[in-house]
Design a protein around this ligand. Structure first.
Ligand SMILES: C[C@@H](C(=O)O)C(=O)SCCNC(=O)CCNC(=O)[C@H](O)C(C)(C)COP(=O)(O)OP(=O)(O)OC[C@H]1O[C@@H](n2cnc3c(N)ncnc32)[C@H](O)[C@@H]1OP(=O)(O)O
Length: 253
């Protein structure tokens, strides 16, 4: 199994379990995120969702290029991008706070997943970034739309997207992407964050989450995400994209 869903008291944790390829996303992990969403909707006692990656190296390195490089045309790429974008919107709009425990690098689609979460607790050793531009595509799972929505400074969000490079944890904090940066043990970092959060009733957290979701429905965030998906799938079929992916997959270390 390439993912795990575990419950610890009122916290539901989703772990991507592919550390050997830096927790890249395959179809099974997408199925797992769908399962996570339905579990939360069917259980009103859950108070928090945590998403993380196994190991110390990576939170998530985005789409599994060894699988997804098989998608050539816009027509072929669109269903994968659209499915993951819908699943991620369902994660972003869960009725409880969703925490990305960014234990290691979060790049490409991995950065999109973390950006879709309400909070990002970031290891001081992690780097994160929307590197899709270096593969001649944009974000395609809604991450660009979330970034432009969530960062207080639009120029910084645009710069992150256009520069298309990974940033160190301190820079991510400065840009307003990281909620907190932690040194050392990820479980301790999560624990301290949750101790503060649980001073307030879970019903209050749920009510604030509804406020956020209403705002996004009002501005048709999902419609904007669908446009991001369409644009990305058009760029996907260009020769430049396929060449860049091939270069990554055949690089010598
Ligand atoms: C779908 C789309 C979207 O946004 O919508 C995307 O996600 S596009 C973005 C797709 N993601 C990427 O381009 C990120 C590619 N990955 C990286 O930049 C890097 O691997 C880091 C994540 C920074 C980790 O670097 P680090 O030096 O620790 O590890 P490494 O590069 O040696 O990688 C270890 C092993 O994992 C594999 N590996 C790493 N990321 C992978 C990925 N996304 N898909 C498939 N394989 C991947 C490497 O080929 C290598 O395999 P071997 O051990 O066999 O050599």
């Amino acid at each position: 199994m390439t993912f795990a869903i575990n419950r610890e008291e009122n916290i539901l944790r989703f772990t991507i379990k592919r550390p050997e390829i830096r927790n890249a996303i395959n179809h099974e992990v997408i199925d797992g995120l769908e399962k996570l969403v339905s579990t939360v909707h069917n259980d009103s006692t859950i108070q928090f969702v945590v998403i993380t990656g196994e190991g110390d190296e990576a939170f998530c390195s985005g789409g599994d290029l060894s699988i997804f490089h098989g998608l050539h045309t816009a027509h072929e790429a669109f269903p994968m991008l659209d499915r993951m974008a819908s699943v991620l919107y369902n994660v972003a709009t869960l009725p409880v706070p969703v925490i990305a425990l960014v234990n290691g690098h979060a790049v490409g689609g991995g950065c999109e997943i973390a950006t879709a979460c309400d909070f990002r607790l970031v290891s001081s050793k992690a780097k994160a970034g929307f590197i899709q531009g270096s593969l001649a595509i944009t974000s395609g799972w809604g991450g660009g739309t979330y970034l432009l929505e969530k960062l207080a400074r639009q120029d910084i969000a645009m710069h992150m997207l256009c520069e298309s490079k990974p940033y160190a944890a301190d820079a991510l904090l400065e840009k307003g992407w990281a909620t907190q940066v932690y040194d050392g043990d990820k479980e301790q970092a999560l624990q301290s964050f949750l101790i503060e959060m649980t001073q307030v009733e879970a019903s209050v957290h749920r009510a604030y989450k509804q406020m956020l979701i209403r705002k996004w429905i009002g501005q048709n965030l999902l419609g904007q995400i669908k446009e991001e998906v369409k644009n990305c799938s058009l760029l996907w079929e260009a020769e430049e994209h396929h060449k860049a992916v091939q270069k990554f997959l055949s690089r010598k270390k």
